[in-house]
Design a protein around this ligand. Structure first.
Ligand code: NCC
Length: 276
C-alpha cells in the first residue's frame, strides 16, 4: 500500500500519537472524588526507564511456541485482557509488568475482574473506545462501556496497585495514521488492544519485541492460546482494523522475516531511538 518509509512512519507515530494516562488535573476528573482514585504518580515515574520490552499478543499461535524464557528475559512484559500466565509459562512466560485491559472486560466481566488474582500483578491500564476525535468530556459522559464504577471498586480493594485510565485521544491519533498509510478505506473503529499496547511500549522502552501479533508458522484459527475457541476474525480482525495494524507493524519491523516465521516475533525501536 501507499506508505511512508519506516523511519518517517516511526516519526509520525512519535510526534502525533499522544500516549498519556488520565491525570488528576485532567478535566472532568478534577473532582475531589476522582482525586482519591487516580494514581498520584505518572506511568513513566512508576515504570522508570525500560530497555528491552516484550508485548505478548493473546493469539492461539503462542500455544506450543515455548517462547516463555525468551519473553521473560525482557525488562518488562505487556499482556492483554484476561490472558493468563499460570499453566502457560513455557509458552508465554510468567512476568507481567503491565496488563492492558479493555473497558468491556472491566464492565461486562466485572465480577471476574474484581475477583481473579490474575489482575493483581503488575500495572493495570484500562482503555475505552471513544467517539472519533471526541472531547474528553463528551467521552466521559458517554463511554462505550461505563467502566468508571468498576474502576473505582477495584481501586478501593487494591489501592497500592498502579491502575491507569488511558487517555482516549490516543486511539484516533493512531487510527488516522493507520488510515493515511492504507490504500483501502478503514472502518472508523478504534485499534485493537494489541496495537495500542505496542505503541504504548514504544513510548516507554528502548526496544520492543512483539510476539505473535504477526503470526508465525504456528498460525491457527484458534483465537487465544488459553481457550479452545476457533474464530478467524481474532487474527484477521472484524471490529478492530487488525489487518491494517499488522501491515503497519510489519512495515516497521527491524527484525528478520525468519524471526516472524519461527517466533512470530517483530522488533520495533522505541521512540527515544527515532531520529526525526
Ligand atoms: O482477544 P483479545 O482482544 O483480548 O486479544 C488481545 C490482542 O491480541 C491480538 N490478537 C489476539 C488474538 C489473535 N488470534 N490474534 C491477535 O493478534 C490483538 O491485537 C488483540 O487486541 C481487544 O483488542 O481488547 C480484544 O478483546 C477481546 C475481549 O473483549 C477480551 O479478551 C476480554 O474478554 C475482544 N473479543 C470479543 O469481544 C469477543 C477482541 O475482539 C479484541
Amino acid at each position: 500500500s501507499a506508505k511512508l518509509s519506516p523511519e518517517k512512519l516511526l516519526c509520525q507515530l512519535r510526534d502525533r500519537v499522544n500516549v498519556t494516562m488520565i491525570q488528576r488535573w485532567d478535566d472532568p476528573f478534577g473532582t475531589s472524588e476522582w482525586q482519591q482514585y487516580l494514581p498520584g504518580k505518572s506511568l513513566s515515574e512508576t515504570v522508570g526507564h525500560l530497555g528491552r520490552c516484550a508485548v505478548v499478543s493473546s493469539a492461539g499461535s503462542l500455544k506450543s511456541s515455548r517462547l516463555g524464557q525468551e519473553i521473560d528475559s525482557h525488562d518488562a512484559v505487556l499482556r492483554f485482557n484476561g490472558a493468563p500466565v499460570r499453566g502457560f509459562q513455557d509458552d508465554v512466560g510468567q512476568k507481567t509488568t503491565i496488563r492492558l485491559v479493555n473497558s468491556q472486560l472491566v464492565t461486562v466481566e466485572e465480577q471476574q475482574f474484581l475477583r481473579e488474582p490474575l489482575y493483581n500483578t503488575g500495572i493495570l491500564i484500562v482503555w475505552d473506545p471513544a467517539p472519533y476525535h471526541a472531547e474528553i468530556h463528551e467521552w466521559y459522559r458517554k463511554p462505550d462501556y461505563n467502566f468508571f464504577e468498576s474502576y473505582k471498586a477495584y481501586r478501593r480493594t487494591h489501592p497500592e496497585q498502579p491502575f491507569y485510565i488511558l487517555n482516549p485521544k490516543m486511539q484516533w491519533q493512531l487510527w488516522d495514521i493507520l488510515q493515511e498509510n492504507s490504500l483501502e478505506h478503514i472502518q472508523p473503529n478504534p485499534p485493537s488492544s494489541g496495537m495500542l499496547g505496542i505503541v504504548l511500549m514504544m513510548t516507554l522502552c528502548d526496544e520492543v519485541d512483539v510476539y505473535e501479533f504477526l503470526p508465525s508458522k504456528r498460525q491457527t484459527d484458534i483465537c487465544h492460546y488459553y481457550q479452545k475457541f476457533h474464530d478467524h476474525a481474532c487474527t484477521m480482525g472484524a471490529y478492530h482494523p487488525l489487518l491494517f495494524e499488522k501491515n503497519l507493524v510489519k512495515h516497521m519491523n527491524q527484525g528478520t522475516d525468519e524471526d516472524i516465521y519461527t517466533h512470530g516475533k517483530v522488533t520495533l525501536p522505541g521512540f527515544r531511538k527515532a531520529h526525526c
